[in-house]
Design a protein around this ligand. Structure first.
Ligand code: CDT
Length: 310
């Protein structure tokens, strides 16, 4: 059984607020064609890949944003992508806004193989705020439009490996990767939309890209896993989103990186046995983890000073 997976990270340039689903899907099909020509097995698309990053806009009535949400996957506009991927025998990760039949809204990704949805993840760590903030040049209203994901961090067998999914802000939290790697994840896919300015605190702009790579590279290493991070990039309705999409191997090294802020496919041949090596040595969890000291990680959110520091 081969453990080589040829991975494509399909970065997308901006999606204008009035760009249609059909147009975004046509761009994805074009990226998929390139992936097929290069012999990819798996392609990762960005977070909210079908629409502009609409949480930057405030609407009093949440339902006024419903045109950005999918109520079925695949809906009619998505069929060409599913068909192209099946014909090319390429599995893919796709981020989109999901509205469930009983009215819940999530920032979701699916893993699709052979035109079947084999996995679904709903973003756990929602950044931003829920009410209009007049101090910001643009809003980040994920806490208004989405509920925190209710599916945990599942993993799936795909292309002879064990794979997990995360979405954007999740990548900044070590718990995201550790929960999946405790379930055997060897390759973690995530899409992102990250403005190049931090509107919640003053910070030099270059730190946005530094932190983007820092967290994904450290997490790849500490969890002995491939990490594939894929941006929606470029100037989207006046808001600049960082690029820097990359494929990271379990050593923590970037093995392929996008150089534009546009639709761009980068690829790398990933030997999943490289992930196994780290899991059997330095990061052999069963041998080396000391869970008797980790309890508060799963029982406490904010900082609580120990009694002797009060
Ligand atoms: N989409 C997303 O999660 N973006 C956030 C932006 C910074 S917080 C407002 C991120 O973590 O990249």
């Amino acid at each position: 059984m081969t453990r080589m997976v040829h991975v494509g990270a399909a970065q997308m340039g901006p999606i204008a607020p009035d760009e249609s689903r059909e147009s975004a899907v046509a761009r994805m099909v074009e990226l998929l064609k390139q992936a097929k020509d290069r012999g990819c097995d798996l392609v990762v698309f960005p977070e909210l890949a079908l629409t502009t990053f609409f949480p930057r806009y405030y609407e009093e009535d949440i339902a006024a944003m419903d045109h950005h949400f999918e109520t079925e996957m695949p809906g009619p506009a998505l069929k060409p992508l599913f068909e192209a991927a099946k014909a090319a025998n390429i599995a893919f990760y796709l981020g989109y806004a999901e509205k469930t039949p009983d009215g819940h809204r999530f920032n979701t990704s699916v893993l699709v193989d052979g035109d079947e949805v084999i996995g679904k993840y709903r973003k756990v760590h929602l950044p931003g705020h829920s009410e209009f903030d007049p101090k910001r040049p643009w809003q980040h209203l994920e806490k208004r439009y989405f509920e925190p994901g209710d599916l945990g961090f599942p993993v799936w067998r795909c292309k002879n490996g064990i794979m997990g999914m995360a979405i954007c802000n999740d990548r900044r939290w070590p718990e995201t990767y550790r929960v999946m790697s405790l379930k055997g994840a060897e390759l973690i896919m995530l899409g992102y939309n990250t403005p190049d300015v931090n509107t919640s605190a003053p910070e030099p702009n270059h730190l946005r890209m530094f932190h983007n790579h820092l967290v994904m590279q450290a997490s790849a290493y500490q969890n002995s896993s491939f990490v594939v991070g894929v941006a929606k990039a470029g100037m989207e309705d006046g808001c600049m989103l960082i690029g820097g999409s990359c494929i990271i191997q379990p050593s923590g090294e970037i093995v392929a990186q996008a150089s534009t802020l546009e639709d761009e496919l980068i690829t790398a041949m990933c030997d999943l046995d490289l992930a196994r090596m780290g899991k059997e040595t330095v990061f052999n969890y069963a041998k080396h983890r000391r869970i008797e000291h980790y309890g508060i990680i799963a029982s406490q959110t904010g900082v609580e000073l120990p009694a002797d520091l009060d």
